[in-house]
Design a protein around this ligand. Structure first.
Ligand SMILES: [Fe+2]
Ligand SMILES: [Fe+2]
Length: 357
């Protein structure tokens, strides 16, 4: 209920009115979209969150996360076991503030066929999203992820019979969408402690397959390769042989000094070339205030290199909350939100100054 008197306004009424910033706008858009035959549609839900809908109206959400980053300076230093402590030898908390609005309301999700997570980092897996799906999606849809992701869900109270552990080589069918599970190359997750008691020795390289996976989503209209938080790997060239990729999504961002985490612009291009994809979409650059990237840098570098290296792909620069239709948008380089006003001049205008227009 909206408040219309200053005496009734509280911090809570302000939050209720303003948050989530996009309300249910995107939920409604996704729900009301009837994907035409021989197409698929995707929405970017901030960070690496993706919603994919096929032409049979099958929906899967991947790495949907509706959380935040730092919200106060008053936090203890990182523990020596924290991944950034291990990587950088520092202890000060990183100033990673969430730089994007909340574009989707997880509690307004009612139609979903599978919920997938690539790894257990808390900007990819979210207790609120898990709860919202359990509460509001009528069908008992599967929660799919590698072992350590499922361990996290179980710890949060997600029923075991809803969880499905996957590893590279597995193939899952979600109605008409085939999902091939494949290797992750996320070195950051290898130094992050999962939610379990038996932690490996610091000198040991943990089993990546239990920690993180990449997904290849095959629809009638085309195939999406989700590289999640994988760093650059020359083994992408093997995946380029294994799969017929149309659209690849990768984690791009500006690494702070001393940090090796996100792909750089040249990593994005090398990954696209290795995967033999038609389109590469850099994501993840949007969300953290201390790692903001600029996808036009990827485009500029692609322009420099495309003739010399005979690139067969191009990058697509997207915006959070945006929609991508394949194959309709396959030649686009940049996305812009709907500019509206499409019904202009369908009624008489009413101006005292038409002569100035
Ligand atoms: Fe991650
Ligand atoms: Fe991430």
């Amino acid at each position: 209920m909206s408040v219309d008197n200053v005496n009734d306004v509280t911090e809570q009424t302000w939050k209720d009115e303003v948050f989530p910033e996009w309300g249910t706008w995107l939920n409604e858009e996704i729900d009301r979209t009837e994907v035409p035959q021989n197409k698929f549609e995707m929405w970017w839900l901030v960070n690496m969150g993706i919603w994919l809908k096929s032409d049979q109206q099958t929906s899967v959400a991947i790495d949907l996360w509706c959380g935040t980053g730092k919200t106060t300076h008053d936090k203890a230093d990182m523990s020596p076991r924290h991944q950034w402590s291990r990587l950088t030898g520092g202890r000060k908390i990183q100033p990673n503030l969430r730089a994007q609005p909340m574009v989707i309301n997880p509690f307004a999700i009612h139609h979903l066929d599978a919920y997938l997570v690539t790894h257990f980092h808390h900007d990819h897996i979210d207790m609120n999203v898990a709860a919202a799906i359990l509460q509001n999606v009528k069908e008992p849809i599967p929660f799919i992820g590698p072992k350590d992701v499922v361990d996290q869900w179980l710890d949060w109270g997600v029923p075991a019979d809803r969880c499905r552990i996957v590893k590279p080589g597995d193939v899952i069918k979600v109605k008409d969408i085939e999902i091939d599970v494949t290797d992750s190359f996320d070195r950051s997750v290898l130094i992050t402690d999962p939610d379990e008691k038996d932690l490996p020795d610091d000198k040991q390289v943990p089993d990546m397959d239990a920690r993180a996976v990449n997904y290849v989503l095959k629809t009638d209209a085309g195939t999406v390769y989700d590289a999640a938080d994988s760093h650059f790997s020359s083994y992408f060239a093997k995946h380029g042989k294994d799969f017929d990729v149309d659209v690849a999504i990768v984690a791009y961002g500006e690494n702070p000094i001393g940090v090796q985490d996100k792909m750089t612009s040249v990593d994005v291009l090398r990954t696209a070339e290795d995967l033999n994809t038609k389109i590469v979409i850099p994501l993840h650059w949007d969300v953290w205030s201390n790692m903001l990237g600029d996808p036009s840098e990827v485009e500029a570098l692609w322009e420099m290199r495309k003739e010399r290296l005979d690139y067969k792909f191009h990058p697509f620069s997207w915006l959070p909350g945006g929609r991508f239709v394949y194959p309709d948008d396959q030649d686009k380089l940049e996305y812009y939100h709907d500019r509206g006003f499409k019904d202009r001049y369908t009624h008489p205008i009413n101006l005292p100054y038409k002569s100035f227009l």
